[in-house]
Design a protein around this ligand. Structure first.
Ligand code: PCA
Length: 208
């Protein structure tokens, strides 16, 4: 199973982006029968959107899971909906401020994740991972990357399963408590990939 994982660089008040740390950890992971590409994206609408598209075109992955931090949220959030919308009070790291602009003129207003989110949620809860399904990934760079990935998959007619995972913020000093929490998030990403691999290998339904 070919897997593309992405995270993000720090931005705004987020001095340490836990999604970057997850990606750095996953880049050194080997999981049986999985080829994992793990890359940290710039927190910039255009550059991040273009890069995820390029990675999908090059790798043709079976699974794309992009990861970003959502300050204020607790537990893991599997995102269901990507909107064709850039809209945030905060400029991106390139200084681009987007308020109410479409991501593309030739795409659907929204894409639904094509991952079996309810099944993933159930298997994570079985393992005591606090997780919920979210219907709104925001309209900042995370949503932009999720939308760009779904749009690319649709345009290229790929069977790639794709969703976005929002994870909680960690303290700026990145203490030992945060380090332990981060290990839990890395383990949870492994659980997600293993659950998807099982479904794909055994040809179980993967519809949402
Ligand atoms: N979180 C932001 C962008 C980068 C990240 O990690 C978001 O939720 O849009």
């Amino acid at each position: 199973m070919k897997v593309l994982l992405t995270g993000f660089e720090p931005f705004g008040d987020i001095a340490v982006n836990p999604s970057q740390l997850v990606i750095e950890a996953m880049a050194h992971h080997t999981l049986p029968d999985m080829a994992i590409t793990a890359e940290v994206l710039p927190t910039e609408y255009q550059a991040a959107g273009a890069r995820v598209r390029e990675l999908i075109e090059t790798i043709s992955p079976d699974v794309v899971l992009s990861i970003g931090v959502a300050a204020g949220r607790k537990g893991l959030h599997l995102e269901r909906v990507a909107l064709n919308l850039d809209d945030a009070r905060l400029p991106d790291n390139a200084g681009q401020l987007c308020q109410g602009s479409p991501i593309t003129d030739d795409g659907a207003p929204a894409y639904f994740s094509n991952m079996p989110l309810a099944d993933l949620k159930a298997s994570l809860l079985e393992k005591n991972v606090p997780v919920t399904i979210s219907n709104h990934a925001g309209a900042y760079v995370c949503n932009h990357v999720f939308y760009s990935a779904m749009h690319t998959i649709n345009e290229l007619g790929l069977n790639t399963l794709c969703s976005f995972l929002h994870i909680p913020a960690i303290p700026d000093d990145y203490d030992q408590h945060a380090q332990l929490a981060l290990l839990g998030i890395v383990k949870s990403v492994e659980y997600i990939l293993e659950a998807l691999q099982e479904r794909i290998t055994n040809q179980l339904p993967v519809a949402p």
